[in-house]
Ligand binder design. Structure first.
Ligand code: SIN
Length: 553
């Protein structure tokens, strides 16, 4: 294991706690994974408090269009779903974790239905199934056409309310409370009031479950909502947890292109549109994916995004185009009402013309190193959903595997904590700390976008490390506010991303190095980072446990 001094903020400068109270489990985050964890824990009789920095249900889940991958079709088999996931994961999946996912995803979909989810059905009353990139069978369950995530959020939100689970909305999870021997024993939280942090206090708990989602906002343009700033990952790192695969950021090949200055959350054009037959073309109408991969427009997402990015780099054009016109207006507006509306609002008619699309940051394959029961390397701290790196996604997530992973991990984590809670601990008062100046946020996102996008190289990643190392800190007498918490998280994530990207001298999955375009068998390892108490970042490699896909990566 190598260690080096890092510019990462090792501890936040915390507001003092004005109160302290007890619960069994604190769940941080209000997307599919967090809500399902809370619902299942409440059903098991545990006292649970949900903390979310926005309003309940505002996370990435609500924006998911495509759906949930699960083996439900008569021609499908868990072995096929397993194989598709491993192939997409490009040699970095944990095969045991993927096997658990493919075996348990159908039951997770069943539980959603039992809780009242209204899925789109086929003429026999069974969930209608469609296909997305990298899948060898139709296995994507959807709802409201292209409003799958919204239905998941609605269903779990109602279940949460029906159980009377305590929810602290607009509340920031600042730092894990730790015992003298490093176990997590709760959270320092504060209410967000117009950007200020007020009424700070300690939620003491036997377990803290992070379900805070990803970090797409570290890029200038992303499909992720505003809150996806990597707060949970940064908090876990500061609490001593190991994080892995952070360089593996999945770019969705098709968000709607709205101009060179596009900033923040962009409208997604679901891969399911290609699943139904749309194709990617250039300005002259030439197919982009024909000949680039045997699955052409339905190749795994890393391949499609990298092919588009290379084409745009070579031609100097601003965008690719998605041509769905041959599918017909009735079909498109019925099957994809939200996407058709978003195109219309941007001035394009999906039913009559190819619409301009570009790749944008979409999903964090890496995160807090955890197993599918949510266990991290720190006692008392658990992670489920996108914030976790369980090895299910490997170097590139298979489309629509994320919500099923979040639901499966949530149910397993809740079952674990329902069986036995970690022992109670007495936290020591956190001291010292700092924060990144929110004014540096624009520099962080611009440099990450420029140097660590779909295509990267050592020179650019090295430059990014330098830019990040000189990011300004807030003045020591300034109280911490919500913007500084997010800027600090984004800076932490970008630093990890650049460090890991530089350390991996190959191309694999979502990590495409133009100066090292081939995959190297000896790099079929996970890069695991951890921060010690003195702010030193250490890295170790972890071999992957994957047997079936030997030779396919
Ligand atoms: C999409 O609908 O294309 C996104 C689905 C996913 O990210 O899994």
């Amino acid at each position: 294991m190598r260690a080096s001094l890092s510019p990462i903020v090792p501890a936040l400068r915390l507001p003092a706690a004005g109160w302290s109270r007890w619960t069994d489990v604190v769940v941080v985050g209000g997307g599919a994974a967090g809500l399902m964890t809370a619902v299942a824990l409440a059903d098991a009789g545990r006292a649970v408090t949900v903390v979310t920095k926005g309003a309940l249900g505002e996370g990435s889940t609500a924006w998911a269009q495509g759906g949930l991958a699960a083996v439900l079709g008569p021609d499908d088999d868990p072995e096929l779903h397993l194989r598709d996931t491993l192939v997409a994961g490009a040699g970095l999946c944990d095969e045991d974790a993927v096997r658990t996912l493919v075996d348990e995803a159908p039951a997770a979909v069943g539980m959603l239905q039992a809780l009242g989810a209204q899925l789109d059905l086929d003429p026999h009353g069974r969930p209608a199934l469609t296909r997305e990139g990298g899948h060898s069978r139709d296995r994507i369950v959807h709802a409201g056409g292209d409003a799958s995530g919204a239905e998941v959020t609605r269903t779990l939100g109602s279940a949460l309310r029906a159980r009377g689970i305590e929810v602290l909305e607009r509340t920031a999870a600042l730092e894990a409370l730790r015992t003298a021997d490093g176990r997590v024993a709760g959270l320092r939280v504060a209410r967000i009031d117009d950007g200020d942090l007020v009424d700070a206090g300690d939620l003491r708990a036997r377990a803290v479950v992070l379900a805070t989602g990803g970090y797409g906002q570290v890029y200038a343009a992303t499909s992720n909502p505003d809150g996806a700033t990597g707060d949970g990952l940064a908090l876990a790192l500061r609490a001593g947890a190991e994080v892995a695969d952070v360089e593996m950021v999945q770019f969705h090949p098709t968000v709607l292109w709205t101009g060179r200055r596009a900033h923040g959350q962009q409208a997604l054009v679901s891969e399911a549109v290609r699943g139904e037959g749309a194709v990617l073309v250039d300005r002259s109408g030439r197919r982009i994916m024909a000949g680039a991969h045997p699955l052409a427009d339905l190749a795994p997402r890393d391949v499609v995004a990298a092919t588009i990015a290379a084409r745009l780099r070579d031609t100097g054009e601003d965008s690719a185009f998605l041509d769905a016109t041959h599918l017909g207006a009735d079909f498109l507006t019925g099957r994809f009402p939200g996407i058709a509306r978003a195109c219309r609002e941007a001035g394009y008619d999906l039913t009559r013309e190819p619409v301009p699309v570009v790749p944008a940051a979409h999903y964090a394959c890496g995160g807090v190193l955890a197993d599918l029961d949510g266990r991290t390397s720190v006692a008392g701290l658990f992670a489920v959903g996108e914030v976790a790196c369980t090895g299910v996604q490997g170097a590139n997530r298979l489309a629509s595997n994320s919500i099923p992973e979040g639901l499966v991990a949530a149910r397993r984590c809740a079952a674990l904590l329902a069986g036995e809670l970690p022992p109670a601990g007495v936290p020591v008062e956190p001291d010292g700390g700092g924060a990144i100046d929110p004014a540096a946020r624009g520099t962080i996102t611009a440099a990450t976008t420029r140097h660590a996008g779909v295509l990267r190289d050592a020179t650019g990643l090295g430059r990014l490390v330098e830019v990040l190392a000189s990011a300004r800190r807030t003045a020591p007498d300034l109280p911490l506010d919500a913007a500084a918490v997010e800027a600090t998280a984004l800076h932490t994530v970008a630093t990890l991303l650049a460090t890991a990207g530089l350390a991996r001298p190959e191309s694999r999955g979502c990590h495409r190095r133009t100066d090292a375009p081939a995959s190297r068998p000896e790099w079929r390892v996970r890069l695991v980072h951890r921060l010690d108490g003195r702010g030193r970042l250490s890295v170790r490699t972890q071999p992957v446990r994957e047997l079936v896909a030997e030779g396919v990566a």
